[in-house]
Design a protein around this ligand. Structure first.
Ligand code: XIL
Length: 631
């Protein structure tokens, strides 16, 4: 497993660097992946020797697959399960999870699969979301070969919002044999509580956040890290991009019914699990992203919303753009009136490193970087209307950003600065998003960009007088990193973070692009602050070392943290005591008490927990029966 090596290494590194700092660099507890593996528990296992296939089904009424025990092939013993009479690629043996296993719990699944003559299978996952839509994803593709193929310790988990959760084998229409199917419950991982929360260390400076995808939600340790370190800001990793939001079938239906092909139809169903989480936990959200050449379907730019249609005119595309942005914000704020959508990447990645617009074309065509926006507009003149419409329709308080990568390279940097100065003069832009996908490489000299190059870019953007957000920070090591590589990565993170900190007056948020290395889009190069075992890496310690956690200001009596002491503070305390599920620290009501509120509200002399005596003390204070709080 990926994390093991790095884990031992961090312990060594950390003990070497102990004691330099105001925040002590605490060595991760001696729990290694080896010891936690020991408590992994097999919860279901069959080698089909008992000929029982009843725990498996086919995939519903339209699936012709017949399941039986078979002695024609086997890995262990003499029997396997045969899935025969499969008449569609998607037909296959399925194993239901949510009727047997627990939500928010990590499981590993292993199994063997074989075709009759040749194996060509995919191992997949499906569930139904809270809107009743069924979602599918491939867990392991290309299980291809002439013999048994292995699925090994594939991580699966689900939330309590998901129903009809299955794993299944599919691919081709050949018979499939399955053997040695094992489900293991991963040991419960407690995250490190004895390290400072990143968001707390920088609480007086900028928001600290991360990017999430819905599958993160079902991993308890991942979400524990999010709560402790990154709950200042959440960005959806993919689910709020045009390809996730635009609904082609609905667009075409609307066009057929109304004759109007300028009103794109949208849905936030992919983002809902994430947004529900942010709403429940009161976490501000960065909207990412409206206008981008990538992860935007070509049909959006074509007549009839047909990928094979002609490109639409610029006039038509302007209407589509306006209506898209309008629908986007209207739908979001209608669904989630309580979420603070505090920032939006209106345009993403429109300039090349040489300061020129992208080449026109379909996004998939020849090379990666072509833009259908440039195709339709002829140049980058789509940027200003995008900001104009975003300004018109974004909710109050939602700041508008231009976001890009390689944002420190001269040509691109200058193009961004010129564009932003112009948009600023027109009152259309609030800030620059520096993606900050960086490469630590094998030494500080080889790192790209160098810390000083990044620092200079920060200077330049600051001179614009706009806000800056670091929107997608990660910094890769070489592949198969050694201990030394992680040390370089730590030094590099420290340099970059120090540069950010030096510009903190102009920076309102720093967002790290993912939580643990194995979940990163650049996983092979371990670019994040936590490892696959949920342990803080040297890079994490390098950022917090030497910094103090500011002590949050306690306003005694202010249980609802609105800055005032009033009767509703006493009421909230009583609600939190009487109905903790709704009003306690993790309560479902929007007005539930926060951790800080609990500290503020603890004003009687009866000890730590909130009691009616605290509510009473506030009332006495309000009636001038006592002259100060705490009592
Ligand atoms: C990445 C996601 O993390 C991946 O899961 C996806 O396959 C590709 O996009 N710049 C951006 C982000 O603005 O949206 C990209 O996110 C990373 C580069």
């Amino acid at each position: 497993m990926k994390g093991k090596k790095s884990n031992r290494m961090i312990a060594a590194l950390m003990s070497a660097s102990m004691g330099i700092a105001a925040i002590p660099a605490i060595a991760p507890a001696a729990v290694s992946a080896e010891t936690s593996d020991a408590v992994n528990k097999v919860v279901f296992s069959t080698d089909f020797e008992d000929e029982d296939v009843s725990m498996f089904t086919n995939r519903g009424e339209n699936d012709t697959t017949v399941l039986s025990a078979s002695d024609e092939a086997s890995v262990s013993g003499s029997t396997s399960m045969l899935a025969s009479e499969r008449s569609k690629d998607w037909n296959g043996p399925a194993f239901r999870l949510d009727d047997k296993l627990k939500p928010y719990t990590e499981y590993y699944i292993s199994a063997k699969v074989k075709g009759r003559y040749y194996t060509n299978a995919t191992f997949s996952f499906q569930y139904t979301n809270s809107d009743g839509e069924t979602k599918y994803s491939n867990l392991v593709q290309n299980l291809s070969g002439s013999d048994w193929m292995s699925v090994e310790n594939v991580k699966v988990s689900f939330t309590d919002e998901m129903t009809d959760v299955f794993v299944y084998f599919e691919g081709g229409q050949d018979d499939l044999f399955i053997d040695d199917f094992v489900v293991t419950e991963a040991a419960q991982v407690e995250i490190e509580q004895d390290i400072p929360g990143l968001k707390d260390v920088f609480a007086n400076d900028f928001k600290v956040g991360t990017a999430l995808t819905p599958s993160d939600l079902s991993s308890k340790p991942t979400m524990d890290i999010v709560e402790k370190h990154f709950s200042g800001s959440i960005t959806a990793g993919n689910e709020m991009k045009p390809d996730a939001v635009l609904n082609q079938a609905a667009c075409q239906t609307y066009f057929e019914e109304t004759g109007d092909d300028t009103v794109p139809q949208i849905s936030f169903s992919a983002a809902k699990p994430l947004l529900n989480y942010c709403q429940k936990n009161n976490i501000p959200v960065r909207v990412h992203t409206l206008v981008w050449h990538s992860q935007t379907p070509d049909w959006f730019f074509k007549e009839g919303y047909d990928p094979n249609g002609e490109w639409v005119s610029k006039e038509k595309m302007l209407k589509r753009m306006e209506n898209y942005i309008k629908a986007y914000f209207e739908t979001l704020t209608e669904l989630y009136p309580d979420i603070d959508f505090y920032a939006c990447d209106v345009v993403n990645e429109a300039w090349l490193e040489d300061g020129k617009p992208r080449q026109p074309g379909e996004q998939g065509s020849g090379g990666s970087a072509k833009s259908a926006w440039v195709q339709v507009f002829g140049d980058n003149s789509f940027i200003e209307p995008a900001f104009t419409f975003a300004r018109k329709y974004a909710p109050e308080g939602c700041k508008l950003y231009y976001n890009d990568y390689n944002e420190y390279m001269d040509g691109k940097l200058n193009a961004i600065v010129d564009m932003a100065a112009d948009l600023k003069e027109k009152g259309l832009i609030d800030g620059i998003g520096m993606q900050s996908h960086l490469d630590a490489r094998q030494s500080l000299d080889a790192a790209f960009p160098s810390v000083s190059m990044y620092d200079k870019a920060l200077d330049k953007y600051c001179e614009l007088g706009l806000d800056i957000q670091v929107t997608e920070l990660d910094a890769t090591t070489p592949e198969n990193p050694t201990e030394a590589d992680f040390k370089v990565q730590a030094d590099y993170y420290k340099g970059i973070w120090d540069a950010i900190y030096a510009h903190k007056d102009n920076i309102s948020a720093v967002v790290v692009w993912g939580v643990t290395d194995d979940g990163s889009w650049r996983a092979k190069q371990y670019p994040l602050l936590f490892d696959a075992d949920y342990k803080a890496k040297p890079a994490f310690y390098s950022i917090v070392e030497g910094r103090e956690v500011p002590v949050p200001k306690v306003i005694y009596g202010d249980a609802d943290c609105d800055g005032k002491i009033f009767l509703n503070d006493a009421v909230l305390i009583m609600q939190a005591i009487g109905n903790p599920d709704a009003y306690g620290v993790n309560g479902t009501e929007k007005t539930h008490i926060t951790k800080q509120g609990k500290i503020n509200g603890d004003v009687s002399n009866t000890g730590d927990d909130l009691t009616n005596a605290d509510a009473l003390a506030i009332q006495k204070y309000l009636l001038n029966l006592i002259d100060k709080l705490p009592e």
